[in-house]
Each structure stands twice: as structure tokens, then as C-alpha cells.
Write a protein that binds this ligand. Structure first.
Ligand code: ASP
Length: 440
């Protein structure tokens, strides 16, 4: 009998995970799910993160040391960053267009609104939320301190071992790898040869690990989703419904925005600009990465799978994959910037503040920067939202209102972030004549 394709198996794992969580919540088994099933999901995320850093390091060094023409590096850099900034600004603008037309903050029933605000204020006092908020605020503060050049300064590691051991410092690992790769091309070939051979071999090992772990992905994804949902609902499934009720218009606006990106913007770009692909083959090729993004909520953890799909299934060259995707995982977050634009305006509407056109333009600017600066980990977009809110004089504490619904939205925006990275890699590969087309 023919075996079901892996992406279908993973999809089935995802659906079964959700079904399991609902049943176990009804039967009062959530604790069992959290104690015995969720840990397998945690292990999956750990393995992916474990693979991501050496993969970025080795693939960039390999890619650069094999470049015959070093000026290509500068060209790729300009194209990649240009594409990322343009799509991010498009995403925030779509978000702002939607939130201003849907007005989700004005659609909440006044009685429900009062209840939500009272709930939010009660929860805020001395609770878990206020602690989390304080932590998140200080994270965002740290990123905001320093002059206008701080972002550039922070790209450069002072100790590569420190950067390698800190998952949010991926950009520093990328800078080190680029420098090392350039150095390797400049030394005499006989000295560089053993270093290159080692890097190539080690890279193969890491790629093999990605393949192995993906074979077990259906089970891991089941565990991840069951664990996440069981944690959200506990033994009271009605809680999930309650959480969504007051915020449903807001959530719907975000979902519509994300769907526009995924079903209209990216397919149009692919259809118009990338000849060897059409939107169908594109989605078929990156399906696995999208499901892993959905279940892990982390573009960084998904990176090994994204690289695998884009290189092997979309047929993008190694050079492009190993440069564009690691940079994209941290820098390019269209889903996050769209979400930040919508959320800032939603909160202003909810609490009765009118935002001027100037303030909305400020949101476009800060949401673009905040999504670039957000690390590719769960909830990063929420943390950076503090900066967006403060840029237009709104209180950061308001994010407490949307805390409860952040995880499902995070899962969805991470899918968009990863799809945006794959789109960029395909477009840039096409412009360099380095895409072969679908290979499933
Ligand atoms: N979780 C998202 C990502 O890794 C970032 C975010 O929170 O929006 O892409």
C-alpha cells in the first residue's frame, strides 16, 4: 500500500491533537495530557531549535565559501532586505486598512466590554499577568534603549560562543558566519580545503537530522497541539469559547488580514514573478513548513524545515536558501507586522481613543521596525507591540486584554511569516536564475 505523503500525516497529527485536547478536556484528563503528552511537543521544539543554530552557521559558511563571485553577496543582501521591507510595509498597511474599516474595537457589546475591562483590571493587580507584563515590558525596553544605531551595533557579536548559546541572537550568528565564510574564501586554497570539507560534512549531518526528526513530526505535532490546547482550556472547555467571544471581531480582523497575505498577496507574487512555480506547487512544496510553523509558533524553530522544503521541494539553490531564509526568519515577519498594526488600532478603538492619520503612519513605521526587531519565537510580536503602542502614546498595559488570545493568533501569524520567507527566497532565486521548480 502506498504510504500517505508526510505533509498529510502531519496534518492528521494536528487534527488528532486538537480532537484529543477537546475530548480530554471534557473528560477532565487535561492534567494527564499536560503531564504525559505535552512534553513530547516540547522535545520537538527543543530538537528543532537545537538544529537551527548549527544549520544556520554551517549552511551560510558553506554557501559563502563556495561563492565564485563575492559581489553576489552584496547583491543578495540588497535584494533580500529590499523585498522584506516592502512586503512588511504592505502587510501593516493591509492591517490598518482592515482595522479601520471593520472597526472591531467598536463592535464589542458595551456590557461585554465593561465586563472585559473589569476582568482585565482585576487580573492585572498583582497577578500572573502583571508579572508577565512587567517582564515583557522590560524586554521591550531593553530593545528600545540605545541610540538609532543600536540595532546595527547589536548585529555584531563580541563573543560568538555567547551568541551561539542564545537563541534570540540568530542575527549575530549570521554575521559571524558571513565573516567566517568570506575569510575562508580569502585564504590560500590548500589551507581552506580541510576547513571546507569539515563544514560540508557537518552540514550534511545536520540535514540528515532534519530529515530524521521530520519523519516523527506527525506524532510530535499531535503532542504539541494537544498540549497547547489542554493548557489553554484546562478542564473547562467552555473557557476557550469565553476567551474568544469578546475578542471575536478583533480575532476575525487579524485572521482576514493573514488570509489576504497568504491567499492573495503571496500567490500573486509567485504567479507573476516566479516562472517555474505556480501558487499550487508553491503551497504543496512548503506545506510541511507551514504546519510546523503553526504548531511551534516559532519561525526560528521552523527554520530547518523551511530550508529543507525550499531547497529540496521548490528547487531553490543552496546559496539562496542558506542566506535568504535565516535572515528572513528573524527579519521578515509580515504576519507579525500586520497583527501589530491591527492590534494597536483595535486597542485604541476599544478604550475609546481616536488615532490621527499621523499616528497611524507612526504605527506603520514602528510596526515595521518592531517586526524586524522581534525575535522569531512565540509571543515575540506581542512583546514588541509595547513599542508600537508607546510610540503613539498608548499605555503598554493594554496588551493584557489580548494576552488570552495571543497563542492561536501567534500560530497563524507564524505560518504567514514563514510563507513570506519562502516567497522571498523563490523570488530572489528567480531573479538570479537559481530556481529549478517543484520536486515533490
Ligand atoms: N512567533 C512569531 C514567529 O516566530 C513572532 C511573533 O510573535 O509574531 O514568527
Amino acid at each position: 500500500m502506498k504510504r500517505l505523503a508526510l505533509h498529510w500525516q502531519i496534518m492528521i497529527g494536528l487534527v488528532l491533537g486538537a480532537i484529543w485536547a477537546i475530548i480530554s478536556s471534557y473528560l477532565g484528563w487535561s492534567e494527564f495530557t499536560i503531564d504525559w503528552i505535552k512534553p513530547w511537543g516540547d522535545i520537538f521544539i527543543r530538537i528543532l531549535k537545537l538544529i537551527a543554530v548549527p544549520l544556520v552557521l554551517l549552511s551560510i559558511i558553506n554557501g559563502i565559501s563556495n561563492l565564485t563571485d563575492v559581489s553576489k553577496l552584496g547583491r543578495l543582501g540588497v535584494k533580500t532586505l529590499g523585498f522584506y521591507v516592502v512586503t512588511t510595509v504592505i502587510a501593516v498597511s493591509i492591517g490598518l486598512g482592515l482595522v479601520n474599516s471593520f472597526q472591531p474595537g467598536n463592535k464589542v457589546d458595551p456590557g461585554k466590554k465593561k465586563e472585559m475591562i473589569a476582568n482585565f483590571e482585576r487580573n492585572l493587580e498583582g497577578s500572573d499577568i502583571s508579572q508577565k507584563l512587567a517582564d515583557k515590558k522590560s524586554d521591550a525596553q531593553k530593545m528600545k534603549e540605545g541610540g538609532p544605531m543600536q540595532f546595527i551595533v547589536d548585529l555584531f557579536p563580541q563573543n560568538i560562543f555567547f551568541s551561539l548559546t542564545n537563541n534570540i541572537l540568530m542575527l549575530q550568528v549570521i554575521v559571524f558566519s558571513i565573516l567566517f565564510g568570506i575569510g575562508l574564501t580569502l585564504i590560500p586554497p590548500e589551507k581552506g580545503k580541510p576547513v571546507k570539507a569539515f563544514m560540508e560534512g557537518a552540514n550534511e549531518v545536520i540535514l540528515k537530522l532534519v530529515e530524521l526528526v521530520m519523519n516523527a513530526a506527525p506524532f510530535f505535532v499531535f503532542a504539541l497541539l494537544a498540549g497547547i490546547m489542554a493548557k489553554m482550556a484546562g478542564n473547562d472547555p467552555g473557557l476557550l469559547v469565553d476567551i474568544f467571544a469578546g475578542l471575536s471581531w478583533y480575532a476575525l480582523t487579524v485572521v482576514v488580514g493573514l488570509l489576504i497575505l497568504i491567499l492573495v498577496v503571496y500567490p500573486t507574487i509567485i504567479q507573476l514573478l516566479v516562472r517555474p512555480l505556480n501558487y499550487r506547487s508553491f503551497f504543496k512544496g512548503i506545506g510541511q513548513a507551514q504546519i510546523v510553523a503553526f504548531s511551534t509558533s516559532s519561525s526560528a524553530a521552523t527554520l530547518p524545515v523551511t530550508m529543507d522544503c525550499v531547497k529540496d521541494r521548490l528547487g531553490v539553490s543552496k546559496d539562496i536558501t542558506s542566506f535568504v531564509l535565516p535572515v528572513g526568519a528573524t527579519v521578515n515577519m509580515d504576519g507579525t507586522s500586520l497583527y501589530q498594526g491591527i492590534t494597536a488600532v483595535f486597542l485604541a478603538q476599544f478604550f475609546g481613543y481616536d488615532l490621527s492619520l499621523g499616528q497611524q503612519l507612526t504605527i506603520v513605521f514602528t510596526a515595521t521596525l518592531a517586526s524586524i526587531g522581534a525575535p522569531a519565537v512565540p509571543s515575540a510580536g506581542l512583546v514588541m507591540l509595547i513599542i508600537v503602542l508607546e510610540s503613539v502614546g498608548l499605555p503598554a498595559a493594554w496588551i493584557g486584554l489580548i494576552f488570552p488570545i495571543d497563542r492561536p493568533l501567534d500560530m497563524l501569524r507564524t505560518v504567514v511569516n514563514v510563507t513570506g520567507d519562502a516567497t522571498a527566497a523563490s523570488v530572489i532565486a528567480q531573479s538570479e536564475g537559481e530556481i529549478r521548480g517543484i520536486n515533490s
